[in-house]
Design a protein. Structure first.
Length: 402
């Protein structure tokens, strides 16, 4: 059943964006004259960035916004985002990298016309020298930028998506490059190449819950396990309960404490796991993103499927074990030296590029089967090796694989 009130991974919004968005983009392109690349603003005074969803994707955009602020210190930077990734850009607003954050609840666009009209009016009130659209396929951001009054629009040209027809300049989105590298290409018309990888600063005020939690449970060393994914058909990127239990009980038997993370939707599932996994706790649904970042930063090891927390863990410098089924690490892998990627052994894995191209039916395999082809012992041994800095230990005898 489709949940119209869900923003991230909303199948109805995706269908609406495709079957109404593409004809609308083609129609609007007839009424817009593109501006020559050579006449683009050379020293921008104001810029608007669009990034409508995805915690992980949003973290990957941070170095470009920070570089822009450091290059043009008096520039006005506005970020238009969704409600699910607003917290990432709020961090930049607090640190004065961003001048304004406009959060849009795209699900409300479907049924609340007053809200839609109000937000469009707010966007039309913006003035900018550049509008940069980080979205590789969603047409809604291109449509909204079309309604805005500004100078020069930049975005991606992605195969069969057509949103580039509303831009003055586009870069071809490449499915062989990491998304961070695609962002580098996109912003090259405005700023010099960004060096290094994304970082996510942790503030002292975000550590209070962490300190209280550690003291209350008398935890000295711990492993973070984030088994939940997000986005379209998110469960196909997750391990099943048996696999999670096997990994965690093996680690608990070696003396490690497990802490589960997750959002409000993951709270009940995470709490249920702690009832039959020794030495385990859950903070899912009890912390906001910045507080979660503190737990990740201080963990002895973080184990996670390929989702936003993966990129958050990488950005805070955590020791990281990344579990990848349908997701391609060359496109979406963690950008840090201390990460080890574990891939599915299934022949058709990985299959995702933009996040929705699952090919289970095409390859005649059950949906999500690639996650069942993850070597669970490799996950356990890799985590132990990271923590101990030694050769991997055998998994605990007597614990059967699911």
């Amino acid at each position: 059943m489709i949940n119209l009130f869900q923003e991230r991974g909303n199948a109805f919004l995706r269908l609406l964006d495709r079957y109404m968005g593409i004809p609308l983009v083609l129609l609007l392109s007839l009424f817009r004259k593109k501006k020559d690349f050579g006449r683009r603003p050379q020293r921008p005074q104001s810029i608007v960035f669009f990034k409508m969803s995805g915690i992980g994707d949003s973290i990957l955009t941070l170095p470009f916004i920070q570089k822009l602020r450091n290059t043009y210190q008096d520039i006005e930077i506005t970020v238009v985002c969704g409600k699910n990734n607003q917290v990432v850009y709020q961090k930049l607003l607090d640190k004065k990298y961003v001048s304004k954050v406009i959060s849009l609840d795209l699900s409300r666009f479907i049924y609340d016309w007053n809200y839609l009209r109000k937000k469009i009016k707010e966007l039309r009130g913006l003035r900018y020298d550049y509008c940069v659209d980080f979205e590789p396929w969603s047409r809604i951001s291109a449509f909204l930028s079309f309604l805005m009054k500004g100078n020069y629009k930049i975005g991606f040209r992605t195969e069969r998506q057509y949103k580039h027809m509303l831009f003055d300049h586009y870069e071809v989105h490449q499915d062989t490059k990491h998304e961070f590298e695609n962002y580098k290409m996109l912003t090259s018309a405005i700023i010099d190449q960004v060096q290094g990888v994304p970082t996510y600063p942790v503030a002292a005020q975000d550590s209070f819950y962490f300190k209280d939690f550690m003291d209350k449970h008398d935890i000295q060393e711990y492993i973070i396990f984030h088994p939940w994914a997000s986005g379209y058909k998110n469960t196909l990127k997750e391990l099943d309960k048996g696999a999670i239990t096997y990994i965690c009980n093996n680690l608990a038997a070696k003396g490690y404490t497990i802490i589960f993370t997750g959002g409000p939707a993951d709270k009940d599932k995470s709490e249920a796991l702690t009832s039959y996994i020794d030495r385990s706790y859950s903070i899912a649904g009890k912390t906001h993103l910045n507080e979660t970042a503190v737990f990740l930063k201080n963990a002895d090891c973080v184990i996670t499927v390929n989702t936003g927390v993966l990129h958050l863990a990488a950005a805070v410098g955590a020791n990281l074990v990344s579990i990848n089924g349908p997701t391609d690490i060359n496109r979406w892998g963690p950008l840090c030296e201390q990460a080890i990627n574990i891939k599915s052994s299934l022949h058709c894995s990985p299959c995702l590029d933009l996040g929705f191209e699952y090919k289970c039916k095409e390859h005649n395999v059950p949906e999500g089967y690639c996650m069942k082809k993850i070597d669970l012992d490799e996950v356990v041994n890799t985590a132990v090796r990271i923590i101990r800095g030694s050769e991997p230990a055998d998994t605990q005898k007597g614990l059967e694989k699911p």
